[in-house]
Structures are given as structure tokens and as C-alpha cells.
Design a protein around this ligand. Sequence first.
Ligand SMILES: Cc1cc2nc3c(=O)[nH]c(=O)nc-3n(C[C@H](O)[C@H](O)[C@H](O)COP(=O)(O)OP(=O)(O)OC[C@H]3O[C@@H](n4cnc5c(N)ncnc54)[C@H](O)[C@@H]3O)c2cc1C
Length: 339
Amino acid sequence: MQVPAQVEYERATSVGHALELLARFGPQARLLAGGHSLIPMMKLRLAQPETLIDINGLSELSFIERGAAGELRIGALTRHAELLDSALAGTLFPILADAERVIADPIVRNWGTIGGSLCQADPSEDLSAVFAALRATMVIRGAEGVRTVPARSFHTAPYETVVGPAEILTEIQIAIAPGTGGLGGPGGPGAAARGGPAAEAGPFLMGSAYEKVMRRVGDWPVGAAGAVLWLAAGPAAAPAAGGTGGPGVACTIAAAGIGLSAVGARNFVAAEAEGSLRGGPATEEAFAIAGDLAAANCRPVSDLRGPTDYKRHLARELTIRALRTALDRALGRAPGQDG
Ligand SMILES: Cc1cc2nc3c(=O)[nH]c(=O)nc-3n(C[C@H](O)[C@H](O)[C@H](O)COP(=O)(O)OP(=O)(O)OC[C@H]3O[C@@H](n4cnc5c(N)ncnc54)[C@H](O)[C@@H]3O)c2cc1C
């Protein structure tokens, strides 16, 4: 079936108006952002909303900026292409551009939105793993007001999120410590509770990266891994010659974030791998152990994209590669340069 069922159409003029429309038309209404997921599902009759509420006119949801507390704020209606092109986002968190570069093709990236991708909640979606690794915060607005949810608690099941039928995801926030020149950290209120080091323990050297294997350019991942490293920024972390830190000294990992996509990781997170890295040295041996744990604790399913054992292999290998690149970036080194 390639023709959607008949549907009513409403165009929201503000977030408040969109919420009013959601309340008026009830659970059979769906928000329409880029439509790259929703419209194909309607054509296949996998989704049959009675009313589409078009939010494409809501410029108030389209932004990439620093917030008052120094956090990076990404509006839910930001297009993939805008995130890919953002110097601010790409400089602070290269993992974002790494992932955006390999999401779909220019046509999808030009119109598909960050919020739509996250709310679609496909188990192979790339940004869910990225924001989980970054320990981002989702901002959700409803009639009762605004609430925030950690990215790691955003998904409740494949294609299901905590966003209620009368709510809108409005933005994603990523905490960063004040500072420039690559110094960053997961600070901000509740940072330690989210599994990152407390802001006052900083400053940190921070690096991030995303690695994905797909069958052809623009395809969904067969497997993908994102890594974020926060290194204790002391003398040992100085990128001097002769090792991963100072001569013969490995940097200490204050916290690590590892997100996995398409391999059945709970909440898109490799929690055991993160735990093995926290407080230890940033070495190849530590990365290999983290890779083993990532592979052992995910639950991939065999499908057209690949068999289970291959996906587990990808979870291991891509975790290690992402960690290596994250370390290089934290230390300002060229890829693969050890000293
Ligand atoms: C050919 C193709 C290749 C692709 N490849 C990849 C890939 O490699 N990796 C990847 O991760 N993705 C991939 N995608 C998915 C693509 O990124 C998403 O389809 C798209 O970005 C979803 O965003 P959208 O704005 O189009 O959402 P829509 O289709 O408009 O909406 C999707 C769902 O989210 C809901 N929604 C939208 N915005 C909000 C909001 N602000 N608050 C609450 N609910 C909301 C809608 O009601 C709907 O249920 C691909 C898609 C296509 C078509």
C-alpha cells in the first residue's frame, strides 16, 4: 500500500498552539516534523493518524546555541543538515558531526529533524546512541509545563519514548563546563547523578567520536558506537611526547560515555563498558576490555543487515575505534599518533 489513508491537516503557529491542537484532536493526532519517517509509515498503513499537526512553521524550535548555564541547546526542529554544519556543535562535540555525516543522504538530512529522529525511536537510530553517550537531557513540554528526562531514560521500547500523546519534545541539552580550547566536561546540575564527573572535579580534557558500519552509503547502521571521554586534566593528561599522557603516563578517565546503536543495547548504552573505564587509565588495554564488555552485554538480532555474531563483533571493534579517536581528540593529537 503506497497511499496514506485520508487525514486531517492542521498547521501549528506556536508550541502553545501545537499543544492545544494535540489536546483537541487527542491520541489519534500526530505531530509532523520532517515527515521522513511518519509519511512512509502512513503510506504503508503502519501509522494511521486521523490528524497531522504540522510543526514545520515553529522557528522557535529551530536553533543551536549556548544556554545560560553554558550548555549546548539543540532545538527539536533543527534539521540534520543544520546540526552537521554547526561549527559550535561540531567544535564542542565532534561526535555530533561524525554521526550526522553518515545519517541517510542530503535529501533526508535537509528536512529530517533531530526531534523527529529521536521520537521515532527506531532501535537503529544513530542520534539516540550519540545523545546517550553524551548524557544529554531531553526537554519535553506539555499542558502542565516543562519536564526534563535524561537521554538514557528517553526510550521505553522500540519505537516508544516517554513523550506523551499530548506532549512535544522541544530541545536537547548537553552540559559543558565553562572554558574554551577543547576543555569541556559534563558539569552542570546533576552531572554526577547522570554518571559524569561532578563539574567541580574539573576541568576536563574531553573528546568524542562516532563510528558506524553500514551496507552502503546513506544506509542505517549494521552496528554503530559513540564514545565520549572526560580525562582528568592534570599534568599527566598533557599531550607530551611518548605515550597517551605525559612520558610513560596514561591519562586518567574521569568518566566515559559509550552509546551503541542497532545492536540491542539497553537504552542505547554500554553501561558495563563505561564502568570498566571510569577512574582507570586511557590505554589500549582498557579500551579492549571496554570493547569486550560492550559486545558481551548487547543483544543484537540477526536480520537482513547481518548475523548476531557479526553485530557483536562490530559492537566491540567500533567501541574501541571510537574510544581511540575520542582520546586523540581530547589530547589534540592526529589520529593514531601515540605521542
Ligand atoms: C532513506 C532514509 C534513510 C535514513 N537513514 C538513517 C540513518 O542512517 N540513521 C538514522 O538515524 N536515521 C536514518 N533515517 C531516519 C531519518 O533520520 C528520520 O526519518 C528523520 O530524521 C525523522 O525525522 P522527521 O523530522 O522526518 O520526523 P517525522 O517523520 O516527521 O516524525 C517521526 C515521529 O516523531 C514524532 N515527532 C516529530 N517531532 C516531534 C517532536 N518535536 N516532539 C514529539 N514527537 C515528534 C512524529 O509525530 C512521528 O511519530 C533515514 C530515513 C530515510 C527516509
